[in-house]
Structures are given as C-alpha cells and as structure tokens.
Design a protein around this ligand. Sequence first.
Ligand SMILES: [Zn+2]
Length: 700
Amino acid sequence: MASSVATWLALRGTADRLTGEDLSVGTPDQDHPTNEDLSVGTPDQDHPTDEDLSVGTPDRAERPRRSQLREHLEWDQDLLIALRPCSVLSSGTRTDEKASKRLSMHRWSKLFIPTLREAPADAEVASHRLLIRAGYIRQLGAGIYNYLFLGQRSLNKIIAVVRGEMDKIGQEFYLPGILPKEPWLESGRWTGMGENMFRLKDRKGADLCLGMTHEEIMTVIARNELRSYKQLPQIWYQIQTKFRDEPRPKSGLLRVRQFTMKDSYSFDIDAAGLDKSFDLHDQVYRAIFTRCGLKFVAVEADSGAMGGSQSQEFMVYTEAGEDLIASCPVCGYAANLEKATSLLSPSEEMVATGDGKPEFVHTPGCAAIADVAAFFKISPASDIKCVAYMVLKRGTGGKPDTWHGVATFLRGDHQVNETKLLGAVGGADLRTMQTEELAQYFNGPAGYLGPVGLKPAAQPLGEGLTVVVDKALEGRKNLVCGANKLDYHLCNVTPGRDFGWTLAADIRSVNEGEGCPKDHCGGKLVVGKAVEVGHIFKLGYKYSESMGARVLDPNGKEVTPIMGSYGIGIERILTAAIEQSNDANGFWLPASIAPFAVVVTITNASDAALKQTGETLAAELDAAGLDVLLDDRDERAGVKFKDADLIGIPYRINVGKKAASGQVELVTRAKAGSEDVALPDVVAEVKRRIEEERLLESSS
Ligand SMILES: [Zn+2]
C-alpha cells in the first residue's frame, strides 16, 4: 500500500500538506467539502459537474463523493507515519497497530501484473525488454509510456528515497509543467532550446512550452522574493514531470519524451557559498544512489557549453549507456572519455637498421595496422597510424566558415578522440577526408599515409595541412609509418628528427587496462559504456544575471546571487538498476526500490493447508514491516516461479510440500540460489538479509 500513499504524496507535491487543511474533510465544520476543495474547476466554472471530477467508471462517479474521500484520506493518514521511508525497516515495528490491521495483503490473484514471455522486437536494451515483459510499462507512443502497477510502485519508492535525502538539504516546491514564454525569452533559451522544447499556443494565441528544466522559473521566484543576503543560501527542489522532444526516442525509459526528474536549484551570496551547496548535493546524491543499490561513479564532466565552472555526472556502467567513461577502481578517478587521460607503460623501442635513417620498405598489400605489425614483426604501438580529417573553423567578424585539412598521427593501437581533437585545434565540427582531399594534402593513398615529408601549417587550421601528433608519440624512436606511396612504408622513423608538426596534444581515447593518471596510484583504468543518473552543476551567474535577480549584501550593496542546478532522472535510476542486475529470466532490484521486498509463492493453491500456511506467513511478513506480495494464483508452480523471477522482487519464499514438516524454501534472486529455512525463522531471516543488503550498500 506504500505506493498509493507515495503516489498521493507525489501528486500533491509535499508530505507536509497532508497534515494541513487538505485532510480536514471529516471535521465538523467542513462536513460538506465544496468542489473548490479539489480545485479542478476554473474560476468561471463555479459548479463543476461530477464529470469534471470523475476519474473512475461512470457508476463510481455517482457514489457519494464525501464517503469516498473519507475512506481514502483516513486510510492514507493512518499509514502516513508508518510508511515514512526507513521508519518501518529500522524500527522493525509499525508505529500504528490499527493501520497495520487495516492493511489488506497484496494478492497476486487480484492484481494486474501482465507478464509476457516475449519482448517486442524493437526492444534492444535489457531494461526495455524486461520492463515490458515484467508488466511495469506499456508504450503509448514514441518515447511515451504508461507506467502500470509494478512500475509506478517501484518509481514511487525511488521518489521516496530521493525525497527523504533531499529534505535534509532543501525545500520541496512544485512548479508548473506548462510554462509561459516570457522567462525563456529573458534567459535566451526560448530560441536556445531549439526543437527539443515542446511548444504550444493557448486559445488567445499566447506562446507556452512544456517544461524540460526550471532554471528560469526558479530564478523568477528568487527575483521576486529574495531581497537580502540574510535570506541566502536557499536550496529549492521539486520532483516533477518533464518533457523533451527527443529526435530519436529509444531504449525504453532511457530516451523518452516524458519523464520524471528531481531538479534542484541553489542560490548563494558568493562562490564559496555555491561550493558548499554543490558539495551538499554531491553528498546527498551519493546517499541516494547508494540507497537505490546503484554501482555508480562520480565523473568530472565537461562544463564548457553551459558557461558554468564545475560539473559532475553520476554514471552507472551498463552496455545500454551512450556515454563512455574511464574510471580507476583503486582511487576513484573517473572521467568521460572526452576528458580521461592515462599513464602508458614504457614502450620497447625497435633497434634501428642500416644507417638509422628512414628507409623505404616494400610492403605489398599491408594497408591495415595489423598487417604492418605482422610484416615488421612489431607491436602496433611501434607503428604510426594516420587519421585524416576535414575540420570546420567558424568564421569570425563576418567571415564565412572554412574547412581545413588536419592530419593526426598516433600509435597504431590508439584511437583518435574526436572531441579532444576538436578542442585541441579549436574546430567546430569535423568529418573524415575524402579521396580527392587525400590526394590534395598527402599525394599518397589511404593506408600508406605518413608524416615524413609533410609541411605542417604554422598554426592550427591555418594555411596548409594542420599536423597534430598525439603526446604518446613524443620521445619515441625507430617507428614504422606509411611512406605516402602505394605498398611502401618507412622504418627507422623518429618523431621530431624526421618530421615536425603544428601541434602536439593529447588526442587519444584511453584504453581499458592503462594506468590511472593520478600520481602514484598504480591502478588500472576500466573503460565502459555508462548511463547518466544524475548531474550536479555550478551555473554561476547565467540566469540570475540575465534575468535580473539581485539581493543586498551586508554593506547594503546590490549583488547578483550565484546559482547551481542539480538533476536526478527518476526513471534512470530504475533502468540503471535493472541494467546492472538482470539475466535471461528477469531482473532483481534492491529491496529499497523493488515493488515488493518479498513474494510468498504458494506452490499449489488448491491445497488448503498450503494456502493457509502461505497466508499466515505473508501476514507475518507484512506485520514485520516487509512489503510482501502473496502469489495465491491458481497456476502451476513453474509458471509462478518464472513470473517471480521476472518481475524484480529480491526474495521469494516457496511454500510447498516441505511446509508439512515446517520448512520453506528461501530464494535469493540475485544469487539464483535457494535454501530450506524453518518456517518460524524465515521472517527474521528475510529481514536480516535485507538489512545486510542495506549495510553492504552503505559501506560500498
Ligand atoms: Zn587511481
């Protein structure tokens, strides 16, 4: 039942409101709540009809509204305290016995859990396949999903974790999802957001948009309300639906057009204050992802484009991710591949042949690095690879954009990181060189391009060919490279002596297993795809300045507050958790965010004794504060086991034949292993394992 409360909380925006007037339906002076209490109608619609309020079937709408409300609200109120995040598990007993008694057990036979044996053909990533197969979600349109019972229940638990941690540092708001144009015009993002922003017009022709982020709106509040340094710092957050017109929605809930975000915004008097707000978010985000069971890394990110000064992403390694990151398991160093560096082990240099000067060698058919290495019996690290690009330089002062030839040279076993390359030469875009351009710049065929004899441009993207040499080639000697002549290579090539360059820079992507760049760490880097679950960012003055937010400092002088913005993708947490813990049969979530912590499976529901044992056990688990699902369906045991393995519940208790001798089978989904436990001990045992899971999380 926790999810119903949490849904309600999420809908209302804040738990605090539950204690306010909204709950006073049953008090004597308000026996007949008017329609305004529900504020569905518009001001000029004084008496909305029942249709305006009805969400159920027609016959439900005709039932007396008051009793319906009372039933709903009393129930929520009773559970509110007991269901606060952590309070149940940590204390071990419910704070309200009455509430506990009133709980009806979740019986699978009564629930809507539409599991599927097959996933849709277009579902490529594991989380997409499994969310659909487990009956968590159903697609409605491109990048638009219905969240069904299990999905919403899990998301509500994630929201409860996020809210519980965020309340330690911030205050929860709830801003509109539909937004007027004006604040966006002020910040310059009405045009800046381009086609990613959903836009619409109201009946009077005014422009509106669907919110994808709320920097502007929070700044409007700050500008209107904050007057003095004494009111700072402020951290305001919300958990809310966001919209983004993704050009290519895909991967289930990973790339969607409607999603849920926790976004927060900090306002500080100075940069030192912002540092503190940023650090607070860093700590709270680590706690959130830890409690959600994610194996995450905090990655220093590129902050250039948004004009901020510091930016950090929280990433979870998964093949479904679209970002590549490198991290060190020893010291915790982590960076996007666009920023990552590494220590290379010293290369074994070849012995020079002949007089030691570059020498032509006939290498028929050896265009690929592997062929060259095999021909010379050398490591690819001793072969110089050439990758040739055309790079776009933006025209300044009214001059047109221009394309320039750029030749990059690096070790045969290294790859060019194009973001690093663009940064090094100051280019705006790039593409690989075409055949006629190769002929123009190199006078040699692809596969046999080399640096010797080229005339490097004096400046990057200046006249002629810009030659960029990767740092890892500096100091090397007696290398092999293409001779700019079909079927020929040069050996005995030493950078600096035999060829020059426009620029030496770090333009390579780091590889798995290379050394950690931190001093004396000695760790080996891990490289992998990852998905972003959170991002914290020092915005600086961009919005407060452009939108005119000002406060008085201690000297009575007007100053601009400095801002930060911080986001967490709620669905991203669920998808990342599934991506990191799944197999062919389904997935398993940590108890903290699973729709249920434990499922009790009655292997044969037509056996009255088994059924009774299962019912009693489920009731005991429930009374012990565990979120329990009772599989009382009249199905074969095999079908029930398969379903249970699929839907993400971390623990299963099989009540089968052995129950007669006082034994049940406890299955830990993560380990796919089971063991017999004495019936009287099993509740404590499940609790112990969930506690252990939590302890492991908090120590990792
Ligand atoms: Zn390290």
